[in-house]
Design a protein around this ligand. Structure first.
Ligand code: NOJ
Length: 550
């Protein structure tokens, strides 16, 4: 069992943690200015610790014009004053560590804000100068034409003309986010300096934002290029040279065969998100069949021993549908985003609970999968209480509303005047802070929050979930997803009913004949396994984790 209260000296710690993803801005406002801050986050560390998560991933908190919620960084080695001081950030990291909670931050190196001093310097410097060369410039917009546009709702081209530089600059995301030029070794050096700065302060690792796009080459789609992998290996070498027990998490929204390249031979990233799995969980639940999940896991190659998948249900972005087929995308839109306002770029801008129509059994089911599938689970702040969304807020802001602490003014998030808040809190009749909030769910023993605490506590007791192998068992009833996780002496059988109706299934478990499965939530014995098919019956969306004792 993972010990709380201290940081273990373990190079593979990222295989056993449960990650909680949050934005400082959205969590708790300690000084009443309408923005969450580091001091507020420290005040809420008890809450995070009691939830049971063991790692916090904080979204960008650096100085920024906030036109991409902080992913438009204007200074890598400072704090946005809205969120507090550098000392506050250091205190937060120290306080988290004191509780045995690790902290991962963001290394957003593909691009900066156009307000970054490097870009301002570049556009004013002569063409061809070392300063100009920090970014990717061209006299025409006709280069790298095979690169797709990612933010299709807002951008028409990956090139924008700069009237000061009198050249076009390259950007894979918003036009105000010029891409850094990784063909220039000085850029890699500058980025390494920023990386070391935060490591020296004590962060435990980095999410490497938008990492497939570092290098561009004509005649390619400018994604996953060998030169990009070479840069990553260079960053990793620098990380390993001077630091111990640190983490790189690759944000590479790609197909499994491309993503696994980001692990290298264990010499690039320690972890990478499994982007294709996530929409298939939603597909499986809507279509009431395990096939999408089983198929994508079959297509997922083995990864190096030291590496790990990061798995998630929702995050701060749209539920991306880039890694599904056209047919699957149409299906997902009609099933989960009937109203076009719910769509954003190539995805769906909704939170977990509303996607699942606030159905408690469905929310429990998908979390049951999240916490028992191979990889390290990530919980998006607010999803543990079933927070809703506001699809009318524009961009992806509807899933970034203030954390709902209580039914007090502003949901207990801030004492500021309502108009001063960075975003209106949810106030609708279904998901508003009056009905969905932490205080209420702590009073209610059967709340989602209490249930989340229990499943997290259970998961942490067994290393098999973070480290074990995966093997599917395929009963004739395709509405049932069944898989075995195995690690050292621990064997766990997970079975889930993906259907809205009660089901039964016959499982081929004869290799464990003579053993008695113990259902892990209640620690009650089920009937003994023998040579005949093992019959399990399920409530709608019901699932079990069985311990099969040695
Ligand atoms: C990935 C981040 O998750 C997203 O929020 C951001 O908009 C893009 N990178 C571009 O910076």
């Amino acid at each position: 069992m993972t010990q709380s209260g201290e940081i273990q000296d373990d190079p593979f710690w990222y295989k056993d943690v449960i990650i909680y993803q949050l934005h400082v801005k959205t969590f708790y406002d300690s000084n009443g200015d309408g923005y969450g801050d580091f001091a507020g986050l420290i005040e809420k560390l008890d809450y995070i610790e009691e939830l049971g998560v063991t790692c916090i991933w904080i979204l960008p908190f650096y100085p920024s014009p906030l036109r991409d919620d902080g992913y438009d960084i204007a200074d890598y080695v400072n704090i946005n004053p809205l969120y507090g001081s550098m000392q506050d950030a250091k205190n937060f990291i120290k306080e988290a560590h004191r509780r045995g909670i690790r902290v991962i931050t963001e290394l957003v190196i593909n691009h900066t804000s156009d307000q970054h001093a490097w870009f301002q310097r570049a556009r004013h410097a002569p063409a061809g100068s070392p300063e100009r060369d920090f970014y990717v410039w061209s006299d025409t917009a006709e280069k790298f034409e095979d690169a797709r546009i990612i933010f299709i709702d807002t951008e028409a081209s990956n090139w924008t003309f700069d009237s000061v530089a009198k050249q076009y600059y390259w950007h894979r995301f918003f036009a105000h986010q010029p891409d850094l030029n990784f063909d220039n070794p000085a850029v890699t050096e500058a980025v390494l300096e920023a990386m070391r700065y935060w490591l020296d302060i004590g962060v435990d690792g980095f999410r490497l934002d938008a990492i497939p796009y570092l290098i561009e080459r004509d005649g390619t789609n400018c994604e996953n290029l060998p030169e990009t992998h070479a840069i990553l290996k260079q960053l990793r070498t620098a990380l390993d040279a001077d630091y111990k027990n640190k983490l790189f998490l690759a944000e590479a929204n790609q197909w499994p065969a491309d993503v696994i390249q980001y692990f290298g031979d264990g010499d690039e990233c320690h972890m990478a998100y499994h982007f294709p799995l996530m929409p298939r969980i939603f597909m499986a639940v809507h279509q009431q069949t395990r096939l999408p999940i089983v198929e994508i896991m079959r297509q997922t190659p083995a990864i190096p021993e030291s590496c790990q998948w990061a798995i998630f249900l929702r995050n701060h972005d749209e539920l991306t549908l880039e890694m599904v087929t056209d047919e699957e995308r149409d299906y997902m839109y009609s099933a989960y985003a009937e109203n076009p306002i719910m769509r954003c770029n190539v995805g769906i801008r909704r939170r977990l609970a509303p996607l699942l129509e606030n159905s408690r059994p469905r929310i429990e089911l998908v979390n049951g999968l999240l916490f028992s599938f191979p990889g390290t689970p990530i919980v998006y702040y607010g999803d543990e209480i079933g927070m809703g969304d506001n699809v009318y807020l524009g961009d992806r802001n509807g899933v970034r509303t203030p954390m709902q602490w209580s039914s007090d003014r502003n949901g207990g998030f801030s004492k500021a005047q309502f108009a001063q808040l960075y975003s209106p809190p949810l106030m609708d009749a279904v998901s508003g802070y009056q009905v969905v909030n932490v205080e209420g769910q702590l009073m209610d023993k059967s709340s989602l929050l209490r249930w989340m605490r229990r499943i997290i506590r259970l998961r942490k007791q067994y290393k098999v979930f973070g480290r074990g192998t995966l093997e599917f068992i395929e009963p004739a009833n395709r509405k049932i997803l069944a898989y075995v996780r195995q690690y050292e002496s621990q064997t766990v059988l997970c079975v889930a009913n993906l259907s809205w109706s009660p089901q039964s299934a016959e499982l081929e478990l004869s290799r464990w004949a003579g053993k008695t499965p113990i259902e892990m939530f209640g620690m009650e014995a089920f009937h003994e396994i023998d040579e005949t098919p093992y019959v399990v019956t399920f409530a709608p969306y019901g699932f079990y984790w069985f311990l099969i004792e040695k």
